[in-house]
Design a protein. Structure first.
Length: 254
């Protein structure tokens, strides 16, 4: 059920990341073409009047675009937060032991015997081979996870005999094998979700230089350079946010 929910959240996030920019660019182009043409062809307006009316129209269109982008960013942030929280919870959940309690008990006994054997060992190569042989017998995630818990003690015992880089590398190879077997489908899904939503609230819905970004910029002007920070863009339009070029609330549409 949790994997299914994560899949649903992933699809929501993917939908926003992959389609939103195209949808907005299309709406801007289709929604602004005719009004701009009417302004430019209006015989009742002077050239200066046309320029002023076009700038005002672009300004209002830009505001609408930024408001929609801000809303979509908030939606994405909410999806990302829910997915991240669920994925983290999934990663911390203990792996359930196999149904056969006898097998689990036998494993515990063998693991205890292995720990004693390694503790008494005086030969590093033999100790590492013994650990490797033991882990190779158990492929189920539960057993591998239990071996992961015991592995720091194995490292201490082995390196107490000889801590050369060669033997540390050998131990690392054994641990990698254990780690791979301990990684359940749930953990793999959780890891992929955490990676995918790592941008969280900092998602950039428009890639600079993309066709979608260029289209929006063509219609609303240089203010589109701030489209991934819609609140800042609205502040610039209102003249309340200062940029390197000064208060740009009057000329960014050009």
């Amino acid at each position: 059920m949790t994997i299914q929910k994560l899949s649903e959240l992933f699809e929501q996030g993917y939908e926003i990341r992959s389609k939103f920019a195209t949808t907005i660019a299309t709406q801007v182009r289709e929604g602004m073409n005719d009004p701009l043409a009417k302004i430019r062809n209006d015989q009742h307006l002077t050239p200066q009047g046309k320029k002023a009316k076009e700038a005002e129209f672009k300004r209002e269109a830009a505001r609408e675009v930024f408001e929609v982008v801000a809303k979509e960013k908030a939606t994405y942030a909410k999806v990302a937060a829910e997915a991240t929280a669920l994925a983290k919870k999934m990663k911390t959940e203990a792996i359930k032991p196999p149904a056969n309690t006898v097998d689990v008990k036998l494993f515990e006994q063998e693991l205890a015997a292995l720990q004693t054997s390694i503790m008494l060992s005086t030969n590093v190569d033999t100790a590492i081979k013994t650990i490797d042989a033991f882990q190779s017998k158990y492929d189920e995630p539960y057993y591998a996870a239990e071996l992961q818990k015991a592995f720091p003690a194995f490292i201490q015992m082995v390196t107490a005999i000889d801590d050369s880089p060669k033997h540390k590398q050998a131990l690392a190879r054994v641990y990698t094998s254990i780690q791979a077997k301990a990684t359940t489908p749930e953990v793999e899904k959780a890891d992929s979700i955490l990676s995918y939503f790592s941008d969280g609230e900092d998602i950039k819905l428009f890639r600079e230089g993309s066709p979608q970004h260029d289209t929006v910029k063509t219609y609303i002007g240089a203010i589109a350079n701030h489209i991934n920070s819609p609140e800042k863009a609205i502040g610039i339009l209102d003249g309340t946010v200062q940029t390197f070029a000064g208060m740009e609330g009057t000329n960014v549409i050009e």
